[in-house]
Design a protein around this ligand. Structure first.
Ligand SMILES: Nc1ncnc2c1ncn2[C@@H]1O[C@H](COP(=O)(O)OP(=O)(O)OP(=O)(O)O)[C@@H](O)[C@H]1O
Length: 334
């Protein structure tokens, strides 16, 4: 496409992408294109504002006709002026449900194909608001209420301040009918009901502005969280001792810190040590090894293997993580 039409919606998107590239660098990016309105409109705006654009379309191969949907999206990307468009066919497998497995496969494929470029995603302010509302309702911690960041290398989200309705209008201005994913309107998905039922009701009861308010909450929590993370990494640097290649934490160095900072320090140290999907309960139990020590046993943290658990324990004034065999889970397997 030689020249884009200059409709209001497209201009708003171009402005958002221009702001993003000014802050995080342009000169060529990849765009994750599903063919839906958000990423299609983003692709058009990026072509105009972000240098050569390389479209990456993931075919999850979960629905009949998915290859055609992906091929059409790639064609559109080229017609919009992308420098290249690739379809990445993936195999969705593994634990945690289909949605989570598809997401994992998608991000892995995008990461493998980006060739050093940032990858722009089409998340909008409405996606951010839904993330925050879902997190609030589920009692998630501040890290998840802080929502998505506009750049979490290599993932860029230039549209986090743009309403979803704007991307739909931009597609209309471009005369590009977006692909409508049937999953996006299926009420069996919690997120869809939040979008189509809960948020409109809240908007009606509170007189509007709810999505923006939720996104603002995320911004505030993110800023606060960054300060706490910085304090936690200072604390970690003071407490960490590396002994024969193994990382341990000196309890006396942790003891004087505020538990909120301590838990963040423990979280990042445990993740670096191989823990996965830490819960608030596990982190609080881990913290009690410092703050409420009464000789208690170790704390199992997710991240072991069948028959082996990853356990955090305190010995001789230091915390360490190690693999401990777990006869119970061996029995369950056997
Ligand atoms: N099949 C796909 N191929 C390439 N990019 C995709 C695909 N599906 C989604 N994306 C990218 O991810 C963005 C968010 O998509 P969507 O909202 O459907 O995902 P989600 O599962 O809700 O969110 P998340 O990506 O955070 O898991 C899209 O705007 C697009 O940039």
């Amino acid at each position: 496409m030689s020249k884009l039409p200059e409709g209001q919606a497209l201009l708003e998107l171009r402005h958002a992408v221009r702001r993003w590239t000014a802050e995080h660098g342009g000169g060529g990016v990849a765009v994750a294109l599903s063919g839906g309105a958000d990423s299609l409109a983003l692709t058009a705006a990026a072509v105009a504002e972000a240098g050569p654009v390389h479209a990456l379309v993931v075919d999850h191969r979960l629905q009949d006709g998915s290859a055609e949907v992906a091929a059409r999206a790639a064609e559109r990307a080229l017609a919009l002026g992308c420098a290249s468009a690739r379809v990445l066919a993936v195999r969705v497998h593994g634990s945690g449900g289909m949605e989570a497995a598809a997401r994992r496969a998608r991000y892995e494929a995008l990461d493998g194909a980006r060739e050093g470029r940032a990858v722009l995603l089409g998340h909008t302010l409405d996606d951010q608001a839904e993330t925050v509302l879902l997190g609030l309702s589920r009692g998630s911690g501040p890290r998840s209420l802080a929502g998505m960041r506009d750049y979490d290398a290599p993932w860029g989200r230039p549209l986090l301040r743009v309403r979803r309705a704007v991307t739909a209008r931009a597609c209309a201005e471009l005369a590009l009918p977006p692909y409508q994913d049937p999953h996006n309107s299926s009420p069996e998905f919690t997120r869809v009901r939040l979008r189509t039922e809960a948020l409109p009701l809240l908007e009606q009861i509170l007189g509007g502005g709810v999505a923006q308010a939720l996104a603002r909450t995320a911004d505030q929590l993110r800023e606060d969280g960054e300060v706490l993370d910085a304090l936690a990494s200072e604390l970690l640097a003071e407490a960490e001792r590396v002994d024969g290649g193994a990382s341990e934490l000196e309890v006396t160095a942790l003891a004087g810190a505020h538990p909120a900072v301590r838990r963040r320090a423990l979280r990042s140290w445990l993740l670096a040590g191989g823990a996965r999907s830490l819960t608030d309960g596990q982190l609080r139990a881990a913290d009690e090894l410092v703050g409420r020590w009464r000789g208690q046993g170790g704390v199992a943290v997710g991240g072991g293997r069948p028959g082996v658990r990853l356990v955090l324990s305190r010995r001789r004034g230091r915390l360490s993580v190690g693999l401990v065999s777990d006869p119970q889970s061996e029995q369950q397997r056997g």
